[in-house]
Design a protein around this ligand. Structure first.
Ligand SMILES: C[S@@+](CC[C@H](N)C(=O)[O-])C[C@H]1O[C@@H](n2cnc3c(N)ncnc32)[C@H](O)[C@@H]1O
Length: 400
């Protein structure tokens, strides 16, 4: 028998033998591990609950449905607090904002052919086999409603063996679907796919890099501006998470008349901020900026927005370029923004709003700012990856 001592940042239980890392257990639980690796809970934790989703046992899409919401919230907050403490930082922690069930509006699913047709879903945790998820508690009802369309597309787009990737995003007038496959797109297949897109009321269907049909523009609303993102482009995972991050970013930059939005994507923050400030959006992917720019041009009563396609790892904005801004918003990928944070730290900019999906690089970049004379009055964990080990955080930095 083993006792679970703590959880890793991936949600695996560290067992009392000093070596086992066990899935779907909780601290304090006593467990038996069978020779085939099956874990049997002997003494359950008071934080253990019946998983709300019937697919949880087989599906690898979620990792933490066996724990109370409060437990998961405290565990995620603790990961971020420990990461900043390891850098010698201290700050106020605002209460976590957890997105509700059935609110994930974008997902990458896999599809494969079966004898009877096709199946679409997430991979199982241990075996990697595909699990169908008709009652998934994570995805929005609109994404669940798109599953039959994705299955029909898989029958056409997938070869007999192998799998395809399907990125599906909720849009107001029908799902926005990107198929990534190695199958060749011959003219007959193109026609059949377009007919399916019409039949199932998709708003757009894209095949690898090639748009097949756009029946309705798959717009995303960023503060009233309608943006059509490139297929499969980054979006915050839930509308709730996006709104929470945006209101934090708006609060932090409230006094700024000129803002630079670094790693701006399609304008999640740029366009709402442009209701009251001039914004310069910098981002590596030019097509995302084209979408942002089109949204701004079609928008109403927005201040000036400029865009710049630039690799911010290799060519961060330099201190003299930062001189024209009062505040920076920075929302880098998991690697963080070491080079860009270094020039922000060396600049005269007075306010930084940082959003991060990686507590380790967040803490590293936060400590660079604090070492350069910033204070971090508060941070907040925004859990838009409910039931997964992912952690998102937003924090305020102002010059002392
Ligand atoms: C976490 S997303 C944030 C996007 C946007 N702020 C939002 O909320 O929708 C990170 C963004 O950084 C961009 N990116 C990744 N590497 C980059 C680089 N080296 N230089 C500039 N942008 C980069 C990605 O294309 C992506 O849009």
């Amino acid at each position: 028998m083993l006792t679970i001592e703590s959880l890793t940042h991936l949600g695996l239980g560290r067992a009392s033998d000093g070596q086992s890392l066990l899935p779907r257990v909780l601290p304090g639980e006593e467990v038996d591990v069978a020779p085939d690796g099956t874990v049997r809970i002997i003494t359950p934790s008071a934080d253990r609950v019946t998983p709300p989703c019937r697919h949880f046992k087989s599906c690898g899409g979620c990792a933490m449905q066996h724990a109370l919401d409060r437990f998961v919230a405290d565990w995620k907050q603790d990961i971020v607090v420990k990461a900043v403490q390891a850098r010698g930082l201290d700050t106020d922690l605002r209460e976590i904002a957890t997105s509700p069930a059935r609110s994930r509006r974008r997902a990458k699913l896999s599809g494969r052919r079966t004898k009877k047709g096709a199946m679409v879903g997430f991979h199982a945790r241990a075996t990697g086999t595909l699990v169908q998820i008709p009652d998934c508690q994570l995805l929005t009802p609109a994404l669940i409603a798109s599953l039959p369309a994705l299955e029909a597309l898989t029958v056409l787009a997938c070869s007999r063996k192998g799998e395809i990737d399907l990125t599906v995003t909720e849009a107001p007038l029908g799902a926005d679907v990107l198929i990534e496959t190695e199958k060749e797109l011959v003219p007959q297949l193109r026609m059949e796919l377009a007919a399916l897109a019409n039949q199932y009321g998709l708003s757009r269907l894209v095949w690898n890099d090639e748009p097949l049909v756009m029946i309705n523009p798959p717009t995303q609303d960023f503060g009233g501006a309608a943006v059509v993102p490139p297929a499969g482009a980054f979006l915050q995972a839930t509308k709730h998470g996006e709104a929470t991050l945006l209101s934090a970013v708006e609060e932090i930059t409230a006094q700024a008349g000129r803002i630079v939005d670094l790693f701006a994507g399609c304008g999640t923050f740029t366009l709402p901020l442009a209701k009251r400030a001039e914004v310069h959006a910098v981002e590596g992917a030019a097509p995302m900026l084209q979408s942002l720019d089109r949204g701004w041009r079609d928008g109403h009563q927005l201040r000036r927005v400029t865009t710049e396609a630039r690799d911010l790892f290799r060519r961060p904005l330099e201190t003299d370029e930062l001189r024209r801004f009062d505040a920076a918003v920075i929302d880098p990928p998991r690697a963080g923004a070491e080079a860009q944070i270094a020039t922000l730290a060396a600049s005269e900019i007075g306010t930084v709003a940082m959003v991060s999906c990686n507590p380790v690089t967040f803490a590293r970049d936060a400590s660079t700012l604090v070492d350069a004379g910033f204070v971090m009055p508060w941070m907040q964990v925004v859990d838009q990856f409910r039931w997964s080990p992912h952690v998102e955080v937003v924090a305020a930095f102002t010059r002392r």
